[in-house]
Design a protein around this ligand. Structure first.
Ligand code: ACO
Length: 373
């Protein structure tokens, strides 16, 4: 039986112990720990360790994982060559997908070592692509820096400011995993055929690219730019809704209340964004929620993770067109956890479908026939 509104809504597509989304109460936990606690206690490497092993590491940051990631951060030469051939107009999400696909042979089933290699290489691929498209030399990773600080360092070549590292790391932790989201589902479908981790990751990056999933934060800040001033928020949003446009950063398939990551990212944005930018965003959010209630009274539409994510990524100094790919860089952590979980209890994912086409048709006797040799 298909779900009422399509899109597999409310269909249980499997089981996981990696993260739990409670859409009615606005809850998100990683291995049983609330996302607020994870952000308060762990850095990105600590979050990866928690997602992969199921328990927080004894030390923060977990040095063995930090060292393993540092060891795999430089790209294999074939992969670097692929990234270097990409044109300057390549979409950064496509660069991430192609770069990760060129990491080498990662035979099924996915191992922890493969997971380390994938997570470690993702920021290097993106930073290398970004430097090359600017006509600049790539920057080699610095083994003294952590995962997120290294990413900023490889993009810019200067020691990153701790406030910006904090902003970006908080964002990466918030989006490291999220139940059976579209990209994780795509990854699990590919892995269920016993294809390799890199093929599954390519599918996941593809699914993440769309604006209904990972492509929204750059669009949310574009909306802020278009609105420009707090007093423009009301007419702008009313007109957009009258044109039946979607407000980026609002609404969510799972959350029927506020997305808990939006709560955290709002707090972080307030600390790291320019005050006037934050004030504009806060006003836009206020008006958007009121207008969505008015325009869509039967829907429960609240702020999702992407609205304040845009502000946090902007404050971290990232170029806007990298935002979706940075989401992918962070989500590799969750993808690896799901890949391993899928392969440990694998059964081919192959759902049924309601056939709604015609039946029982026959070609007329006069219809042309294909010639047989
Ligand atoms: N702005 C305006 N209307 C909206 C919005 C929005 N942001 N979100 C949903 N609606 C409306 C739809 O137009 C639809 O109304 P209609 O039936 O009258 O046309 C109704 O609410 C239901 O929308 P669906 O698309 O069926 O709901 P779904 O659960 O599939 O939507 C989604 C989830 C895709 C995220 C949607 O809310 C959306 O498009 N939001 C904007 C894009 C966005 O913020 N994406 C990031 C999501 S977070 C993430 O993936 C990490």
């Amino acid at each position: 039986m298909a779900s009422g509104r399509g899109g597999l809504e409310e269909v249980i597509a499997g089981s996981t112990s990696v993260s739990e989304v409670d859409g009615e109460r606005g809850g998100l936990t990683y291995r049983g720990y609330t996302i607020a606690d994870v952000v308060a206690h762990l850095g990105f490497e600590g979050t990866v360790e928690l997602l992969w092993s199921g328990v927080p590491a004894a030390d923060e940051p977990p040095l063995p994982l930090r060292e393993a990631l540092a060891h795999r951060r430089s790209l294999p030469s074939d992969c670097a060559r692929v990234v270097d051939t990409l044109g300057t107009t390549t979409d950064p999400m496509d660069a991430l997908r192609m770069g990760l696909s060129a990491l080498g042979q990662f035979p099924y089933p996915p191992t922890l070592e493969q997971g380390v290699a994938l997570v470690a290489a993702a920021p290097t691929v993106l930073a290398r692509f970004h430097r090359r498209r600017q006509g600049r030399e790539p920057i080699a990773p610095d083994p003294r820096l952590g995962h997120v600080a290294n990413f900023l360092y490889m993009l810019e070549g200067a020691p990153p400011d701790p406030r910006r590292v904090y902003a970006l790391e908080s964002y990466c932790i918030c989006v490291a995993d999220h139940g059976m989201n579209a990209s994780t589902f795509a990854l699990r479908v590919v892995l269920s055929t016993q294809a390799d981790l890199l093929s599954a990751a390519a599918a996941a990056v593809g699914a993440l690219k769309g604006p209904l999933h990972g492509g929204a934060p750059s669009k949310a800040v574009e909306m802020l730019d278009a609105i420009g001033r707090p007093e423009n928020a009301e007419p702008w949003i009313r007109e957009a809704l009258a044109r039946r446009e979607r407000l980026m950063g609002f609404g969510h398939r799972a959350y029927k209340v506020e997305d808990p990551r939006a709560v955290l990212l709002r707090q972080i944005a307030e600390r790291v964004a320019a005050p006037e930018r934050f004030a504009l965003a806060a006003r836009v959010e206020e008006v958007a929620l009121a207008e969505l209630r008015r325009a869509k009274p039967n829907e429960r539409l609240y702020t999702n993770v992407e609205f304040y994510a845009g502000l946090v990524l902007e404050a971290a100094g990232l170029p806007r067109d990298l935002f979706p790919a940075v989401f992918g860089v962070a989500r590799t952590a969750g993808w690896v956890a799901h890949a391993r979980e899928q392969s440990e209890h694998n059964r081919l994912i192959r759902p049924g479908v309601d056939y709604v086409g015609l039946r029982g048709l026959a070609f007329p006797a006069s219809a042309p026939r294909r010639a047989a040799p």
